[in-house]
Ligand binder design. Structure first.
Ligand code: ADP
Ligand code: MG
Length: 352
């Protein structure tokens, strides 16, 4: 038989590299929305509008009033591993949502991206990247902030396109992402507009910027996202242990759910899905709820960035605690106390 032909080792070009990376960073329209809104928040935006067409498959556009990108930096913002958020020396001390410098080039590799931006004291500028091919920076019209538009997501990667769900399901996932970030940022106003029917669009979600102290702002925001019934049945949580704080709202056992999708947990302002924290919640409510019932909560853990590793995966919501015991213990004891104070005895026969 013929000996197997040995293939040559070749360096992949940047377009191919970005397209492969996009598979990690942007799984579906909702992940692109997450990256774009996080960028707007990192830029200090106070108002963010998201426009979506056909579940994000045709169009995702995020408009913010943040500090903008300098015209001369637009090509850099679209380059791989280019970021204004860290200098690479202290990966354990991250205070922004982003830091990898991967999102924009990845998204631009699997769609057509237009960025229009304006910083104070400069004219607005624009750049277009189509399937990874970057155009020149051109003058544009914009009063403030940044508009990032992503069209025809995944048209260059048909395999990925095929795995997307219905427009309705993708829109649902997008709304979930926005709601979580809106809970984490109550002082920022959020709007989602669905442009599927016409270009004027239909507002499908609105959360006005809140004011007042942290608890006022958060309860106002939770009222608009989780509803008045949650807000009226929630206990304010405010606890601290060994430099870790836990704040937010946790619903009374009488306001429980049959699934855990209404458990909103945040670590240092980031929405997370973490087994340890979910387990702690279960432990906290174990005297008050039967095993098939789940508490509704929006809880925020804050700890020194050096004590938690958020650098686990670009798109996944996992975190790694240096001292998991403290986080767990704090959640269990703070919630147990609050629930006991509220006068609710251990029960396994709580109605929904
Ligand atoms: P990262 O967020 O990890 O830095 P991105 O690829 O998401 O990487 O963005 C690259 C850079 O582009 C950011 O570091 C930031 O400087 C700039 N940028 C992106 N989006 C915005 C925005 N909406 N407003 C201001 N600057 C932005
Ligand atoms: Mg980013």
């Amino acid at each position: 038989s013929q000996p197997a032909k040995r293939p040559q080792i070749k360096q992949l070009d940047e377009v191919a590299v970005n397209r492969i990376a996009a598979g990690e960073v942007v799984e579906r329209p909702a992940s692109a929305v997450k990256e774009l809104i996080e960028n707007a928040l990192d830029a200090g935006a106070t108002r963010i509008e998201l426009c979506v067409k056909d579940g994000g498959k045709t169009l995702i556009r995020v408009t913010d009033d943040g500090h903008g990108i300098p015209a001369q930096d637009l090509p850099l913002a679209l380059s791989r591993h280019a970021t204004s958020k860290i200098d690479g020396t202290d990966l354990l001390n991250i205070h922004t949502f982003g830091f990898r410098g991967e999102a924009l080039p990845s998204m631009a590799a699997v769609g057509r991206m237009t960025i229009t931006s304006r910083i104070a004291g400069q004219d607005a500028a624009q750049i277009v990247v189509d399937g990874g091919a970057m155009g020149a920076v051109t003058p544009a019209a914009l009063t403030k902030g940044t508009v990032v538009e992503l069209r025809n997501l995944f048209y260059a990667t048909p395999a990925r396109l095929k795995f997307l769900r219905t427009d309705r399901a993708e829109m649902g996932a997008i709304a979930d992402v926005v709601k979580k970030l809106a809970m984490a940022e109550p002082y920022v106003g959020f709007t989602i507009r669905d442009l599927s029917r016409d270009d004027k669009g239909r507002v499908t979600f609105r959360a006005d910027a809140q004011s007042g102290d942290m608890f006022d702002a958060l309860s106002g925001r939770l009222r608009s996202i989780l509803g008045a019934e949650f807000a009226d049945n929630a206990l304010a949580i405010d606890a601290e242990r060994d430099g870790v704080t836990l704040t937010g709202y946790a619903a009374l056992p009488t306001y429980s759910r049959g699934n855990s999708i209404s458990q909103f947990l945040f670590v240092n302002g980031r929405p997370v899905r973490d087994k340890l924290l979910v387990g702690a919640l279960r432990g906290a409510y174990s005297d008050f709820l039967s095993r098939d019932r789940h508490p509704v909560v929006a809880l925020f853990l804050e700890l020194e960035p050096t004590k938690v590793d958020v650098n686990v995966h670009p798109a996944k919501a996992e975190v790694r605690f240096r001292d998991p015991g403290t986080a767990r213990g704090l959640i269990v004891s703070a919630l147990k106390h609050a629930l006991a104070d509220a006068g609710h005895r251990a029960s396994t026969t709580v109605a929904s």
